[in-house]
Design a protein around this ligand. Structure first.
Ligand code: DP6
Length: 319
């Protein structure tokens, strides 16, 4: 069997806007950190029976399976394969963590297809294919820090690594505030965000934000990295609030958690936040402050689950 593991990633400079919905071409480049704590393992093989998708051991027959086979049919058509497929995925992304599993899911799926059919695709091609399953998956092919360059068509829109083995002292604490499914999918949110009067400004700033983040990484500058990531997340959520009609992924506890970050900083504990299409805050900090920050969140929120992650690897072939 050909099992492949892919880790999720968190965008420090976000993808939030599509130029082409079907091909998942973005309107901006994005930059992310691949995380060690969360991953998906997937195997694919031909079957005499119908197409089947097992997620965490249970057979799926809903929307999830449809999305998976619609995606795999693209790959099959492109590479002239006609088999029905048996797909088994195990998500080691605590659903509670509020971290999207689609990035690891589609990166693992593309790589498992490549592995089963021994196509020997390059990482660039895998990234292009992963992107078509879920945009953020393009970045999960690689470990450490990677950039998904927006490109101008499908062949030029892929991720590449900027440092697969960073020495930076950087931790991400995923604070589980709400485990319910998000109100608005990323696809819908991105579409609606385009109506914000600030959307063009969001796009205009992208190139500069990417290059400043690259500088922060190459200078091993945690403060700059944190400031830029927090600003970029705030910009994305400001676009949502100012869309017409406006919407937000924030919940009361999101603001409460943001205030804790402000408080910690005023006490000299350096930390920053980022958040995606959901209410859960992710804290960026350094190892020496992990415990203190965790304790503070635990003292404010009852029974909150906090997961500590750092850099994870790119796709890994297990057997
Ligand atoms: C806010 O990759 O989930 O997490 O391409 O529609 O599947 P689709 O979107 P998806 O969007 C991720 C959006 C984000 C920012 C990011 O990861 O860059």
């Amino acid at each position: 069997m050909n099992k492949v593991r892919a880790h999720t990633n968190i965008a420090l400079i976000k993808y939030w806007g599509k130029a082409d919905t079907l091909l998942r071409l973005p309107l901006m480049s994005s930059l992310s950190m691949t995380l060690d704590a969360f991953y998906t393992e997937t195997s694919i093989e031909a079957t005499d029976g119908p197409d089947q998708f097992y997620l965490n051991g249970s057979l799926q027959d809903d929307r999830t399976a449809k999305r998976v086979f619609k995606y795999l049919n693209l790959l099959k058509q492109n590479y002239g394969k006609i088999d029905n497929l048996l797909v088994k995925s195990d998500n080691h992304v605590p659903t509670a963590a509020g971290l999207a599993s689609s990035s690891s899911a589609f990166a693992a799926m593309a790589a498992a297809f490549d592995s089963y059919y021994q196509l020997n695709l390059s990482k660039r091609d895998l990234s292009i294919w992963a992107r078509q399953g879920s945009g953020s998956a393009s970045r999960s092919i690689f470990g450490g820090f990677s950039i998904w360059q927006k490109g101008h068509d499908s062949a030029s829109s892929y991720a590449y690594p900027i440092d697969e083995n960073p020495q930076m002292d950087l931790h991400l604490l995923a604070i589980e505030l709400n485990v319910k499914k998000k109100k608005l999918s990323s696809t819908q949110g991105m579409l609606q965000a385009k109506s914000s009067p600030f959307f063009q400004t969001w796009l205009d700033r992208n190139e500069q934000e990417i290059s400043q983040m690259q500088d922060a990484i190459s200078n091993n500058d945690f403060t700059k990295l944190g400031e830029l990531a927090e600003l970029n997340a705030n910009e994305m959520h400001a676009i949502n609030l100012s869309a017409q009609p406006g919407f937000t992924y924030f919940e009361p506890n999101t603001l409460k958690a943001i205030n804790i970050v402000h408080e910690l900083r005023s006490e000299g504990i350096e930390c920053y936040y980022t958040l995606d299409a959901g209410p859960n805050l992710k804290i960026l900090c350094q190892l020496r402050n992990v415990k203190f920050i965790k304790n503070r969140f635990e003292s404010v929120f009852d029974n909150v689950n906090i997961i500590d992650a750092s850099f994870g690897p790119g796709i890994t072939y297990l057997d």
